[in-house]
Design a protein around this ligand. Structure first.
Ligand code: FAD
Length: 458
């Protein structure tokens, strides 16, 4: 029996207690509120519940359960697969819940579920503190942390999720619980890598570290003609890095829209400036760069320096996998594939893992990818809808061409909407069976399924 009633009736029912905004089709801000980062996603929720606090989340969830609505949960809305929205269901939107509260004495911060890394870094940097966050500042703290959280500080301080101390969670049955190593430890383990499968996380408590305010970092680019040498240099550089120094490499287009192809390295050294300068010299003293924008800069600026390349509303289709290694054939294939890229916003990126992120055990958290190496991201991004077919085909073809060099591991936060269930299960690797048992305990009816879904088992 379908007991959904009209959006107007549901809005009226929710409005009896709700403190935030309730939006439905036809309301002035509905169209803006239903959009997510990826412009390819075009879904129309029956109701958007823009929560102001935990009680709003509980009420929106209760109504969705009662009316049997599909439930989507939004933090920063950056998930490329568009898992933070629903067609015809209830969108529990946390984007108004942006509080970030820093305790400089304990070196911790609590962030509400709608905060972005820009907002988080701004508050923590007031005290010269930070934790690992995303490399694009508009990404949400919530989804990024629940799935992993790769970023500039991961060599020194591991992933965002490795810095999580506790989380406040609204469970499928409406109860509010704390998950930490002392309370609901099984849930706490699962939240650190299991995505949005276990409930709505209304706030996250992180461990902070002294960082900056000045760090050494930036981008250095060479002409595409030098790509072969640059990527081999990148391989040499990343073979031996101090924990403080995280370096990503790849093939990108010039940000001016000219379509000029470049080979790049982007980096952050979070240690003393003199050490950072020396480490950066090793990267920079190579060939004839076309652009050298590496130097001392505020950590907040570093965390926003790539934002312009990922505008909200651009069309995105991504494929990614961890590489077994970066041998010459893999480099050659990358260069061939990038030569055929049809969009001046397309990229092939290599995110290097080393240091602290690789010293956490595979089963210590639900996130299993702890080997030193590279995560390869085929990032197709464009603005013209008429290019959609060519740009998605390029990503698929490039991914297929690079397949022989890839391992089995996939990063859940980059998995696109068209992947099969077995790919998603493989992304959780050896932790999947344990995640399924914990899912069965906390969300047996799989109410939270618009995510990289873990199927509950007994
Ligand atoms: P949303 O789209 O809001 O949510 C993603 C998923 O998490 C959904 O399934 C949603 O239901 C669930 N969710 C969101 N909030 C909550 C909550 N409070 N409680 C429970 N479930 C919730 N990843 C990295 O690791 N490092 C990077 O540097 C990085 N850079 C990126 C840059 C860009 C431009 C983009 C588009 C993505 C990037 N990502 C990066 C990937 C990113 O981690 C994922 O897209 C992540 O899902 C974004 O989190 P969000 O809160 O913005 O996502």
């Amino acid at each position: 029996m379908n007991i959904t009633t009209s959006p107007a009736d549901m809005a009226t029912a929710l409005a009896k207690s709700f403190a935030g905004q309730i939006l439905r089709s036809g309301d002035p801000h509905y169209d803006e509120a239903r959009r997510v980062h990826n412009g390819l996603i075009d879904k129309r929720p029956a109701l958007i519940a823009r929560c102001l606090g935990v009680a709003d989340v509980i009420d929106a969830l209760a109504l969705a359960r009662e009316r049997r609505l599909e439930i989507a949960v939004r933090g920063g809305g950056h998930n490329v697969a568009g898992r933070a929205t629903t067609e015809g269901g209830m969108l529990i939107d946390l984007s108004l819940m942006k509080g970030v509260y820093v305790d400089p004495n304990r070196r911790t911060a609590r962030a509400q579920g709608g905060a972005t890394w820009r907002e988080f870094n701004r508050e923590t940097q007031l005290h010269g503190l930070a934790t690992t966050g995303g490399v694009v500042s508009s990404t949400g703290v919530a989804g990024l942390t629940l799935g992993g959280g790769l970023g500039w500080l991961m060599g020194k301080h591991a992933l965002a999720l490795d810095n999580l101390l506790s989380a406040e969670v609204v469970l499928a049955d409406g109860r509010v619980v704390t998950a930490s190593s002392e309370q609901n430890a099984d849930l706490f383990w699962a939240l650190r890598g299991g995505g949005g499968n276990f409930g709505v996380v209304t706030s996250f408590e992180y461990r902070l570290h002294p960082v900056g305010p000045l760090v050494t970092g930036g981008l250095i680019a060479w002409p595409f003609a030098a790509a072969w040498d640059v990527l081999r240099h990148f391989r040499d550089v990343t073979a031996n890095l101090p924990d403080e120094f995280t370096v990503f490499g790849g093939l990108v287009h010039a940000p001016d829209g000219s379509g000029e192809k470049l080979a790049v390295m982007v980096m952050c050294h979070c240690g003393p400036l003199a050490a950072g300068e020396m480490a950066a010299e090793r990267v920079k003293g190579f060939g004839t760069p076309a652009v050298d924008a590496v130097g001392a800069m505020p950590y907040c600026d570093l965390n926003a320096m790539l934002d312009g390349a990922y505008p909200r509303g651009a069309l995105n289709y991504w494929k990614s996998s961890f590489l077994g290694g970066l041998d010459d054939d893999a480099i050659r294939t990358m260069i061939d594939c990038f030569g055929r890229c049809p969009t001046p916003m397309g990229q092939l990126l290599l995110e290097h893992f080393h240091g602290a992120v690789t010293r956490v055990g595979v089963a210590d958290t639900a996130f299993p990818h702890r080997a030193e190496g590279y995560n390869m991201l085929v990032l197709s991004e464009w603005t013209e809808p008429r290019q959609t077919e060519a740009c998605t085909a390029w990503a698929r073809d490039s991914f297929a061409a690079l397949r022989p060099y890839m391992g089995a591991g996939r990063y859940v936060n980059y998995i696109d909407a068209d992947e099969r269930d077995d790919v998603i299960a493989a992304a959780y690797g050896p932790n999947y069976a344990r995640l399924q048992r914990i899912k069965a305990k906390y969300d047996p009816a799989n109410l939270f399924r618009l995510n990289q879904n873990i199927l509950p088992t007994a």
